[in-house]
Design a binder for this molecule. Structure first.
Ligand code: SF4
Length: 378
């Protein structure tokens, strides 16, 4: 009987055009490149067949880049391969990331047909001016149409990504975006603040920096998000994630709770068999690879101390916090014993609260999470 659980992340590194703020591993690609990449992905998956026999797959996330730039037949092949090689749990959550301009009705139908049951749309804003500045290829109308199309095809589990703290964004324009996404009745919303990453066009432009909201304004947008979404029936289960009852993203929870996951594709990271490792990031080297498991074979096992730190770092990002019982079960030592000082300091400063079995950040702690989490380094 299989009692181990794993999640799969599949990286599709292609986008139609690079957005002005993006530092993800993504770029444009010809039809031939995409096809060569897909066959390489399938071979990489195949190479894990033996190890995967001991596992049931609890969730799959096809992310990027923009997976919806691939042909629907390519996504179908990928899904067929996974179904052939792995034992999928009956409730396996299978997400694909889509951009509104490339998620056509036909593609969405094909996704549904091949077993994908969750769509995540990179919408970011429902204000045309903001979308243009970000370098996105869709407009407000296309954002709405794509979400409606996914519903028409029968998807009920839909996420929409939105962004705050954009250049020239103000409370009014952000409220329009937030209201629009609430009116569309999607059950899951991820709301992130823009971060200027080195090497992106935004980072290089002084005039963009001048248009950004101040830190106080950014915080105000965050509080507004929390309140407005709570009012609309979403509960916040992680610093940036909000869901209607029963629609939390199972795949993300695997990362936050240090479950095992295997990343397949260019640059994909894994935590598998107590090892952390990442795949090759150079495309030419990746598609000519013969041995896909080199990084895994060469990685050393993660130490108990590093796992404890990650367990706290990631677990405290979730509103429910971390369970003392789960901590003990995982590490055979009491959480209070390992983190006595950090807990006392957090409680004194009102950034941490201990409620029965749970240790979690207070709203104040969420606000200064980087500061609080640094106390959990051993
Ligand atoms: S669509 Fe997403 S991954 Fe692609 S360039 Fe834009 S932000 Fe980056």
């Amino acid at each position: 009987m299989i009692n181990k659980k794993v999640s799969l992340y599949i990286h599709i590194p292609f986008c139609e055009r690079k957005c002005n703020y993006c530092d993800f591993l993504s770029f444009q690609g010809t039809m031939e490149r995409k096809e060569a990449y897909l066959s390489c992905l399938l071979r990489e998956l195949q190479s894990w067949q033996q190890e995967l026999k001991d596992y049931q797959v609890e969730s799959i996330f096809i992310g990027g880049g923009t997976p919806s730039v691939l042909e629907d037949s390519q996504i179908t092949r990928l899904m067929e391969q996974m179904k052939d090689l792995c034992v999928l749990s009956p409730k396996c959550e299978i997400t694909i990331e889509c951009n509104p301009n490339s998620a056509t009705l036909d593609k969405l139908r094909a996704y549904k047909q091949c077993g994908i049951n969750r769509i995540s749309f990179g919408v970011q804003s429902f204000e045309d001016k903001e979308l243009k500045l970000l370098g996105r290829l869709h407009n407000k109308e296309q954002g709405i149409q794509a979400i409606e199309a996914a519903k028409e095809v029968g998807f009920t589990n839909i996420n929409v990504d939105i962004m705050m703290a954009l250049p020239e964004q103000n409370l009014k324009s952000y409220e329009n975006t937030l209201n629009q996404v609430i009116n569309l009745k999607v059950p899951h919303i991820s709301a992130y603040s823009l971060i200027l990453e080195p090497g992106t066009p935004f980072y290089e432009k002084e005039e963009i920096k001048k248009l950004l909201p101040t830190q106080e304004e950014e915080r105000a947008l965050y509080y507004f998000t929390r309140d407005r979404l709570q009012e609309a029936g979403y509960h916040q289960y992680e610093i940036s994630n909000f869901a209607k009852e029963g629609f939390e993203c199972e795949h993300n929870k695997v990362y936050w709770q240090i479950g095992e996951y295997l990343g397949i594709g260019l640059g994909a990271s894994s935590y598998f068999k107590n090892k952390r490792f990442s795949q090759e990031t150079d495309m030419t080297a990746y598609i000519t690879k013969k041995e896909f498991k080199k990084a895994f074979l060469e990685a050393s096992e993660v130490t108990k101390q590093a796992t404890m730190e990650e367990f706290m770092f990631l677990g405290l990002r979730m509103n429910e916090g971390v369970s003392k019982e789960v901590f003990f079960h995982k590490f055979q030592v009491e959480l209070e014993q390992v983190y006595k000082d950090a807990l006392q300091k957090g409680q004194r400063e009102e950034t941490i609260e201990v409620l029965g079995d749970k240790v979690r950040l207070t709203p104040l702690g969420q606000d200064v999470s980087n500061y609080v989490l640094s106390d959990f380094l051993l």
